[in-house]
Design a protein around this ligand. Structure first.
Ligand SMILES: [Zn+2]
Length: 287
């Protein structure tokens, strides 16, 4: 993982560049990708973790250009903490997702919420920020977290690019863990993207997605398969979540077990709401 292009400015297409933060993990892939959008002025999307060398790399990459906005897709600690130090240096406003800081300890340290995130302006769904030659449009996509936004470029040279944060990642399906993560919202947010006509996705982790519609349909299919499998397993007999995880994710990397358990729990809560499963104590079965 050390041969990845950390802390370097890489142009991905005219007007879109990235700087990869040095925070690789089982959940972040090579790390968080911070995007710079624009030429003579830039917007910064997902400033990333507050690692001094990452913030310094961003300042170098910006190189004296005006920063019109610092925008976070959500407030997990691998996405938003660099917003404040970057704002302090550049004077740019922090515009984007709502603050959200839950005390809940999740299955992964870097999924903890950034309690210091303090935006200057919160974007609602379909609100936008003006950039050179176009706009950055907020696309509310709850599911991975309840405050998650994707950012779509409308007009200008980067028209049709969508920055998908952790909602759609380029290397793995996202983590949906209750209480804040919610499967029904996640599926609705995938369906929302399916109905859009984006040209390319730039996720916070993993490579760009150049076949967005097909990719989103694949993700939806994957979750529906998982749901069917869980229904079948609890239909056979009463099962607790570790039992379902062992059956549904054979041979899973131990570091991902908690995330898988969270995801199964998210499915079960959704199925319960739809009247398809019931539980007593830790044991789940078909309704
Ligand atoms: Zn996240």
């Amino acid at each position: 993982m050390d041969d990845a292009p950390y802390e370097l400015l890489e142009e991905l297409e005219p007007g879109i560049a990235r700087v990869l933060a040095h925070n690789p993990s089982a959940f972040t892939y090579y790390g968080t990708q911070t995007y710079l959008v624009g030429d003579s002025q830039v917007a910064v999307i997902d400033p990333g973790p507050d690692l001094p060398e990452h913030v310094e790399a961003l300042i170098r990459a910006i190189g004296g250009r005006q920063v019109v906005a610092i925008m976070c897709t959500h407030t997990h600690r691998d996405h938003s903490p660099a917003a404040r130090p970057l704002a302090n240096v550049t004077g740019a406003p922090i515009i984007g997702c709502a603050p959200l800081a839950l005390e809940t300890v999740g299955p992964r340290a870097d999924a903890a919420f950034d309690g210091n995130y303090a935006p200057d302006y919160v974007l609602e769904d379909e609100e936008h920020v003006d950039i050179e030659g176009g706009q950055i449009l907020a696309v509310a996509t709850p599911g991975h977290t309840s405050n998650h936004l994707c950012y779509g470029i409308v007009g200008g040279q980067s028209d049709g690019a969508l920055f998908t944060g952790d909602h759609v990642m380029g290397w793995s399906t996202t983590v949906v863990v209750p209480p804040d993560g919610e499967m029904a919202s996640y599926m609705a947010s995938l369906d929302k993207l399916r109905k859009r006509q984006d040209r390319v996705y730039y996720p916070a982790h993993g490579p760009a997605v150049t076949n967005p519609q097909q990719y989103v349909r694949g993700l939806m299919g994957h979750r529906m398969q998982r749901e069917k499998q869980i229904l079948r397993l609890v239909g056979e007999k009463r099962r607790d979540i570790p039992d379902i995880v062992a059956k549904a994710y054979p041979g899973l990397d131990a570091r991902l077990l908690n995330a898988a358990a969270g995801s199964v729990f998210a499915h079960l809560l959704d199925l319960e709401q739809r009247g398809l499963v019931v539980h007593s104590e830790e044991q789940w079965t078909r309704a």
